[in-house]
Design a protein around this ligand. Structure first.
Ligand code: GLN
Length: 293
């Protein structure tokens, strides 16, 4: 039998994933091979004719089978790229999504309009990807990141250390602002960011198997309309923001009007904006508090 080269394996795995309806089959095949062979992606292509050893073939076979049953590649490899940075990922946290890069981008744009050191709060931090991406791209800031899940915070801690940000990002366990109040007193932030759970129960039932069967449900759902957590954040955000401070929330694509309404009636926001993602769907709510009188 002809030996299994990297090229032959990539073609075979891609075809297998295509048949199983896996998203981005070629890219998924690339990441799995990189993981098993300990190579960078570019190296797969410069070593196309390299023959893969039996032990690695068996390991790959096992992982391909699991991925074919919709287990996310990021959980199999323990890694995911977000905002061009590499993150450690486990099944205790949501896998960073490309849509969430929009939140980071808007946050950095906002921070660049301000003077002096910026004090930021990241709620529901999960893997810590938003806090780390902001801190890596905006030097003059300190971030407090909270999460209700200890297991998720353990992942965030690894990512904060991996990117050398221990002295600028403080991780606190607890529900939304609760640990902030307990640990820091009535802290006032320049910016509050959050990608909260916002999937409604009816929507959750329709999610793809790679999400529904593998990612933590508590990181995704928030009641019958998906707004439970967003409502709690909006109710409390005002008193944690400085004047002209800003709240940025990732939202579901059908929640734009409802969230705009919640922000406008909250009483302390002057300017409210709903932003669309690259698929032209509502994805981000941005609200700023009024200037000091
Ligand atoms: N956009 C994600 C999904 O539908 C949900 C992320 C979230 O709830 N914050 O898979």
């Amino acid at each position: 039998m002809e030996p299994w080269t990297i090229q032959k394996l990539l073609n075979w795995v891609t075809e297998y994933f295509t048949g199983k309806g896996i998203d981005s089959p070629r890219l998924s095949a690339d990441w799995l091979l990189c993981y098993v062979l300990g190579l960078k992606r570019i190296e797969l292509y410069t070593q196309f004719n390299k023959v893969v050893e039996q032990e690695q073939l068996s390991q790959l076979h096992e992982l391909v089978k699991r991925a074919g049953a919709h287990e996310p590649i990021a959980y199999l490899t323990g890694k995911k790229e977000f905002y061009s940075l590499e993150f450690e990922i486990t099944k205790d946290c949501l896998i960073p999504r490309p849509e969430t890069e929009l939140l980071v981008e808007r946050a950095i744009e906002f921070l660049r309009t301000r003077n002096g050191e910026q004090f930021i709060c990241d709620l529901c931090t999960g893997s810590g990807c938003i806090a780390v991406a902001i801190a890596r791209n905006f030097a003059n800031c300190r971030i407090v990141a909270t999460d209700i899940s200890d297991a998720a915070l353990a992942v965030a801690e690894k990512n904060v250390a991996k990117h050398g940000l221990m002295n600028r990002i403080k991780l606190l366990q607890g529900d939304l602002f609760e640990p902030v109040i307990a640990g820091l007193g009535p802290a006032k932030f320049d910016l509050i960011v959050c990608n909260p759970p916002y999937v409604s129960e009816p929507e959750y039932k329709k999610l793809a198997p790679n999400v529904k069967n593998f990612e933590p449900k508590f990181a995704l759902t928030a009641g019958n309309d998906g707004l439970d957590i967003i409502k709690k954040i909006i109710a409390d955000a005002g008193r944690h923001l400085k004047p002209t401070g800003t709240l940025m929330l990732e939202i579901g694509n059908e929640q734009g009007n409802a969230v705009r309404n919640l922000l406008e009636t909250a009483g302390y926001f002057g300017d409210v904006k709903i932003d669309k993602d690259y698929s032209n769907l509502d994805r981000l709510a941005i609200a700023s508090t009024k200037p000091a009188k």
